[in-house]
Ligand binder design. Structure first.
Ligand SMILES: [Zn+2]
Length: 436
């Protein structure tokens, strides 16, 4: 009988190899092996739209981890799982007392997500070891391939559960308050996954034992595609700040209120939104600000809007410039309201500290990139990653890999095998440099 679900991994594999340049296989790196593994993982949590649904702490996430653990053992790694379900595959170095260099990402996905987000970072970290094994290479410092649990956060509307536990950024009371999308408590979810709250909290590692963390991730944007480059250097991970702005005018009849006697909250909001667009470039080349959500009250065709509430998402990789931008946007809202003789209320919903990547680490990534690609493209990551939470405590590096059309969190997510293998080569050089 024809079975769409079991056919998909095979077709996915064939599509990956279709335009693969086998000359990219060097120094033990093997595109075919990588394609096979990507395809096998694509079969776990496969959705009817050929997407991936592997929610954090789910059976699908566990199945995916189990499979990668087998590959870790095959590559000669010593495999260990901590109380948060994070998996570490360790290769001893020539000097085992040295702190470890880590690389990896996550295997959970958003509902009906793609087959590269997270997965690629884990498999490339593993490909480095597989390549070393073939060549009989042993690094000086120890190296660990890591799979972090529940990065995406679609379970508890949070995320970074595994990496947060490893660096000790979790608080028992806060965790116990969590309820997942099915109405289950954090404790119940852990129990179903064979874990406990005590175990989860014990996942904190002695951070002195870790020298650095490297994450390779699909770009989830179009910059590398535009530059026609397979990989790029990440300069930092932007921290978002969300502010809610309400302009309070006076609702009135659209026919009976003369134009010079109005307190229109929507025209004020419009003027403000246009100003928001001009402000980021005044503070920093990497800053961005977006108004993506607007509520108009009472929202009637023949009523002058009396109240408009909107949210501004403000990001940059440097705290100082991101905070300066928040101030400028806040001032702008107050100025527009005062010029128009209406009032404004501003509430800050949250402010997450951005994580810049050190110039020294960026330099190491650039060197590795330029061994394989004509030039380095530097860009910040607008989205959060495990590297963000780890980067608050430890040196980190991040490499982006070109995403077709910038599409992600979607079954259409695609990165060519050529680009994946170039990223593997870059990661191998970078890890060899860091474990030297
Ligand atoms: Zn991801």
């Amino acid at each position: 009988m024809h079975n769409e679900m079991t056919d998909f991994p095979k077709r996915f594999y064939q599509r990956l190899l279709l335009d693969y340049d086998h000359k990219l296989n060097v120094e033990g790196i093997n595109g075919k092996r990588l394609a096979e593994r990507l395809a096998k993982l694509a079969g776990i949590g496969l959705t009817p739209n050929n997407g991936s649904s592997r929610m954090g702490f789910s059976e699908e996430e566990r199945k995916a981890k189990k499979l990668v653990k087998e590959w870790m053992k095959e590559a000669g790694l010593e495999v260990r799982e901590d109380g948060a379900g994070n998996v570490f595959g360790r290769l001893e170095g020539k000097e085992n007392d040295s702190p470890v260099v880590m690389s990896g990402s996550h295997l959970d996905t958003v509902p009906n997500g793609g087959h590269f987000d997270g997965t690629l970072g884990v498999l490339l970290a593993l490909e480095v070891v597989a390549a070393w094994k073939e060549k009989g290479y042993q690094p000086t410092k120890p190296y660990e391939v890591v799979i972090f649990t529940d990065e995406e956060g679609s379970r508890f509307n949070g995320g970074l559960s595994g990496s947060g536990a490893m660096v000790g950024e979790v608080i028992r009371e806060e965790q116990l308050k969590l309820i997942d999308v099915f109405g289950n408590s954090f404790e119940q979810v852990l129990e179903e996954a064979g874990l406990t709250v005590d175990g989860y909290l014990s996942a904190k590692r002695n951070l002195k034992e870790i020298a650095a963390f490297v994450e390779v991730h699909i770009e989830q944007g179009k910059q590398l595609e535009k530059e026609n480059l397979p990989v790029g250097v990440v300069t930092g991970i932007a921290g978002p700040c969300w502010i809610e702005v309400s302009f309070l005018g006076i609702a009135g009849h659209a026919g009976n209120t003369p134009m010079n006697d109005r307190s229109d909250a929507l025209t004020a909001a419009s003027q403000f939104i246009l100003q928001v667009e001009t402000l980021p470039s005044k503070v920093s080349p990497s800053a961005v600000a977006t108004v993506g959500k607007v509520h108009v009250h009472p929202n009637g065709v023949n009523v002058i809007p009396g109240k408009v509430t909107l949210c501004v998402d403000i990001r940059d990789i440097h705290k100082e410039t991101r905070d300066l931008l928040v101030d400028k946007i806040t001032e702008s809202a107050k100025q527009v309201a005062s010029d128009r003789g209406i009032s404004v209320e501003i509430t800050e919903n949250f402010r997450i500290t951005p994580v810049p990547i050190s110039i020294q680490m960026q330099g190491k990534v650039m060197k590795a990139v330029e061994n394989h690609v004509r030039s380095s493209h530097l860009s910040p990551s607008g989205a959060g990653h495990d590297a963000m939470i780890v980067g608050r405590h430890l040196p980190i590096a991040m490499v982006f890999v070109r995403s077709k059309g910038g599409i992600s969190h979607n079954p259409m997510e695609w990165t060519s095998l050529n680009d994946c293998v170039i990223a593997a080569r870059v990661l191998k050089d970078l890890v060899e440099d860091l474990t030297m």
